[in-house]
Design a protein around this ligand. Structure first.
Ligand code: SAM
Length: 276
């Protein structure tokens, strides 16, 4: 038995025949000390609904409940996991609701009411799409107060990357314009069953109340797509895709037209988006 009176996760997997499926990005965490550390990284959970994507056999779900989450809504696509998750729900009456669905299809605003945080060890094949779904919406501020998410390390580095660095790009700009994004810690591949090919990292994102400089999100997406679509080119050339006279626009903002996209800050891109 584990601290929560439920069977160890290896036993849960064996009892319910949960052989990991690669197509669903299944890399499970069995160490409750590690999943509790991830749960704690999300801060106080006592007065919020925690939304978890992909509970699988429930390692992180159990940690969230042990760390005091008032309520957990867990969205899982793999129906094989439902009996194992029902056992956790029975051990924590009224605190765990499991939604059997594809998280990419959920209409969050209609499902979640009241303060909420998202905490998940994301399936790597849809991790970026889920993140962009949450932070790339037209309505802002969003329905959640923070995101504490496990990504492949390379994706985590793209989210928090600063200008002039290798990983800086469109994902960094959208993430950092909308949120304060921090990489918290790495998780070695050996912590997972089966182990993925590379290291993973936990990222914490807190939505900004106001995203400044203020601009239209879709315009920010257009200028970053143009700039980073031709990453090696000077902006006076790459931004021709969105401005008739990019040189004039850049100079008007005090930016050198010879610069490349990776040399501009998030604020520079937002100011360019204002010009569209
Ligand atoms: N939370 C568990 C843990 O930490 O051990 C499992 C994490 S595993 C990396 C990702 C989980 O997401 C799997 O349980 C998988 O079945 C589920 N999943 C994959 N695609 C999904 C989707 N589109 N919607 C909801 N769940 C999904």
């Amino acid at each position: 038995m584990s601290d929560d009176g439920l069977p160890p996760l290896r036993e849960v997997i064996a009892t319910h025949g949960l052989a990991a499926k690669k197509s669903l990005g299944q890399n499970f965490l069995f160490d409750l000390n590690l999943t509790r550390r991830i749960a704690r990284a999300a801060g106080d959970l006592k007065d919020v609904t925690v939304v978890e994507i992909g509970p699988g056999p429930g390692g992180l779900t159990r940690a969230l409940l042990m760390e005091g989450a008032a309520r957990v809504i867990a969205v899982e696509r793999d129906e094989r996991t439902l009996p194992a998750l029902a056992e956790i729900a029975a051990a924590y009456p009224g605190r765990l609701e499991v939604i059997s669905a594809d998280a990419l299809e959920v209409d969050w605003v209609n499902v979640i009411s009241g303060p909420a945080k998202i905490v998940a060890n994301l399936p790597y094949n849809v991790a970026t799409a889920l993140l962009l779904g949450w932070i790339g919406g037209e309505v802002w501020p969003p329905w959640f107060s923070s995101l504490t998410l496990m990504f492949q390390k390379e994706v985590a580095e793209r989210i928090v990357a600063k200008p002039g660095t290798e990983h800086y790009g469109r994902l960094s700009i959208i993430s950092q314009w909308r949120c304060v994004a921090t990489k918290l810690f790495d998780v070695n591949r050996s912590a997972f069953t089966p182990p993925p090919k590379i290291t993973s990292s936990i990222v914490h994102l807190v939505p900004r109340a106001v995203c400044e400089p203020v601009c239209e999100l879709r315009n920010l997406q257009r200028v970053t797509a143009a700039g980073f679509g031709q990453r090696r080119k000077m902006l006076r050339s790459s931004l021709k895709a969105v401005f008739e006279r990019p040189e004039e626009v850049l100079e008007g903002l005090g930016l050198e037209p010879q610069k490349r996209a990776e040399e501009l800050s998030v604020a520079d891109f937002a100011r360019l988006a204002q010009k569209l």
